[in-house]
Design a protein around this ligand. Structure first.
Ligand code: MRU
Length: 362
């Protein structure tokens, strides 16, 4: 997508630097800072510190991290060490393991002296694939939005949570791809953007939508149900960090409450789902998905980029105990459907394996 008219991806390989470049998202929406990532420690730090974030982008970054490791030392031991170090960065988004498994399996089958070039080629492939997948999700989501627009006067009001935008992926975003494509197709649209405390990923979504000219309004996390009761939300579209075989959806904390409110108000609740985000090995999302618990300081303090650097202000009394679960699980029964790169399906094992038959249990 474009920033000030210049096309960007959220990461790219610089031939001049012979290294990966990322947008350091901690500084958005205030400042566009590009970082060159040169060591495995810097790759892991970029993911841990959320310089890069969002499930698909974490996966793509890790793929380049393995490529970096292979350029230094293509041995089995180095491959395994890079896998472990990157895998330990964040626990919930399955795209991380998906990308690492893909590299480990492909590179493990090669002689070490062929791994450096193969790893970089595979990382590029994963990044390019992500762009194609998200574009396809957008095309299917566009049909959905077009159908809703045809049945009403005025803009289609979409509510979204967190940032499942182009900077959470390599490009296009998952939940935002239908929004960009609908806007470009002239479908009248308005987006309610949940602020998404404590990291305020909604501010990133607002920045993205504003840069693309998509009408939107930033709201508190608790406003969605109220707006739905007043008929001000036509549908919800969120991204996801991991979807189970039976269609349970793990996404940013607060997603579950939006799904409950949507069901109570008869508002369709869709999840934009790229196939690398499906964890075919697990079924019960509540029991089987590890939920990242982050520093409680993100809750007791409000943080953000300031003129003096990344700053914070305490909002609770000193010493207040706090807990910071970063994700929650929405049971499949609350999900109207998945918008995938192969089409839209119901949130169930049958729905998913109907689109991805190679994953059906034999
Ligand atoms: O903690 P984050 O910012 O990495 O979490 C991101 C989200 O929860 C997104 O909504 C999700 O990854 C989907 S990204 C296309």
């Amino acid at each position: 997508m474009k920033i000030d008219g210049v096309p960007y991806r959220s990461l790219w390989w610089s031939e001049a630097e012979d290294a990966l470049q990322i947008i350091d998202q901690r500084w958005l929406p205030h400042d566009l800072r590009i970082q060159t990532v040169r060591t495995l420690d810097e790759y892991a730090d970029a993911i841990v510190q959320m310089r890069v974030r969002g499930a698909p982008l974490i996966g793509a970054t890790a793929a380049y991290g393995v490529a970096l490791a292979m350029s230094n030392d293509p041995s089995d031991a180095a491959l395994s060490a890079a896998y472990d170090k990157l895998h330990a960065t964040r626990p919930t988004a399955i795209n991380l393991r998906w990308a690492l498994d893909r590299l480990r399996d492909a590179l493990g089958a090669l002689d070490p002296d062929r791994r450096k070039d193969a790893a970089l080629a595979l990382a590029h492939e994963i990044a390019d694939e992500d762009v194609g997948i998200n574009h396809a999700i957008g095309a299917y989501g566009l049909d959905l939005l077009r159908d809703i627009a045809a049945k009403k006067d005025g803009p289609v009001n979409v509510l979204t949570h967190c940032n499942a935008g182009w900077i959470a992926t390599v490009d296009w975003g998952t939940a935002t791809s239908p929004l960009y494509q609908a806007h470009d197709a002239g479908i009248p649209l308005h987006v309610w953007v949940d602020e998404t405390r404590p990291r305020n990923q909604g501010a990133l979504t607002s920045w993205e939508l504003g840069s693309h000219g998509v009408p939107h309004t930033y709201i508190t996390d608790n406003a969605g149900g109220h707006l739905m009761q007043r008929g001000l939300v036509d549908l919800v579209i969120t991204g996801t960090d991991r979807v189970t075989r039976r269609g349970d959806v793990c996404n940013k904390i607060g997603t579950y409450l939006k799904a409950l409110a949507a069901q109570d108000n008869g508002v369709p609740f869709y999840v934009a789902l790229p196939s690398p985000t499906i964890d075919w090995r697990v079924s019960d999302g509540i029991a089987e998905i590890p939920i990242e618990e982050r520093d409680p300081r993100e809750v007791t303090h409000i943080q953000g980029a300031t003129e003096g650097g990344i700053g914070e202000v305490r909002v609770t009394p000193e010493g207040t105990p706090a807990r910071n679960d970063a994700f929650d699980v929405t049971p499949s029964r609350l999900v109207t459907g998945f918008i995938t790169e192969r089409g839209i399906c119901e949130a169930s094992e049958d729905g998913l394996t109907g689109l991805f038959p190679q994953e059906a249990k034999r």
